[in-house]
Design a protein around this ligand. Structure first.
Ligand SMILES: Nc1ncnc2c1ncn2[C@@H]1O[C@H](COP(=O)(O)OP(=O)(O)OP(=O)(O)O)[C@@H](O)[C@H]1O
Ligand SMILES: [Mg+2]
Length: 239
């Protein structure tokens, strides 16, 4: 196995407000890894610090063995990392097609068109909506568009922040299933999820955060069936 992402002793936050304290985690090639934890514990901040959006104070982020700590987002994208934000992840006043084009506006036209076709192959529900405004899409379709847009840069590591938030259970399952199937296209997945059980059920491993730290990590199935973790972090006691 080769290590796609390695985070060591990461300290991050916003300006002078430190949120992350000594985060250690990693993602192997082809893995599906879920980060869970209560509201406000720093999950989005972790993804944003990895992706060069939040402030990096210390520690290391390595991507495929290269130290990328403090790199700009565009540099990370060029190296194969893409990110789907938790909110505001599509342009509502643009069409589906225009949103996809925005995902690769520095690409040559023929490459951009190929990438758009490939993205639409992965999310075929969007094909019939290509000329509709993103504002007219359902919540689930919007998430599909946000993910499709991230795929235009041809990433090998996809960072996703709560892609199933506020969706119906049916769409939640569908989105997580689609994300899982991206692995068949060689994409490694790191995802933050409130729907912890659903996401962990597709995951190889999970990390649990609390107050800006990783408090537990391990095999996803073990996390799902650990009664103590279930009581505190999985939101309900059903299995
Ligand atoms: N831009 C910002 N500037 C300052 N503090 C911020 C900023 N964004 C988030 N925070 C704070 O950082 C802490 C961690 O927030 P973060 O968004 O990482 O949590 P989260 O685990 O993603 O929560 P949620 O599950 O609600 O999405 C919170 O206390 C939050 O108020
Ligand atoms: Mg968040």
């Amino acid at each position: 196995m080769s290590r796609v992402l390695e985070v060591e002793s990461l300290e991050g936050g916003y300006g002078s407000v430190q949120i992350l304290y000594g985060i250690d985690m990693h993602v192997e090639e082809g893995e599906f890894v879920t980060i869970i934890g209560p509201n406000g514990c720093g999950k989005s901040t972790l993804i944003k610090t990895i992706f060069g959006i939040a402030t990096h104070y210390g520690g290391n982020v390595s991507y495929r063995g290269e130290n990328v700590s403090g790199w700009r987002t565009d540099q990370l994208v060029n190296h194969g990392i893409a990110y789907v934000p938790q909110v505001d992840n599509v342009f509502p006043s643009l069409s589906v097609e225009e949103n996809l084009q925005m995902g690769g506006n520095s690409l040559a036209n023929n490459i951009l068109n190929e990438r758009i076709e490939r993205s639409l192959d992965m999310f075929p529900d969007l094909r019939s909506r290509e000329h509709d405004l993103a504002a007219s899409l359902s919540g689930g379709e919007r998430q599909m568009l946000a993910i499709s847009r991230a795929l235009i840069s041809d990433p090998s590591l996809l960072l996703l922040d709560e892609p199933t938030a506020a969706l119906s259970p049916l769409y939640q399952e569908q989105i997580i299933g689609r994300i899982d199937s991206l692995r068949e296209n060689g994409i490694t997945i790191l995802i933050v999820e409130q729907n912890a059980r659903l996401s962990l059920s597709r995951s190889d491993r999970g990390y649990i955060m609390s107050n800006g730290k990783i408090v537990h990590s391990g095999d996803a199935q073990k996390i799902l069936t650990d009664p103590e973790i279930g009581e505190y972090f999985l939101g309900s006691t059903e299995h």
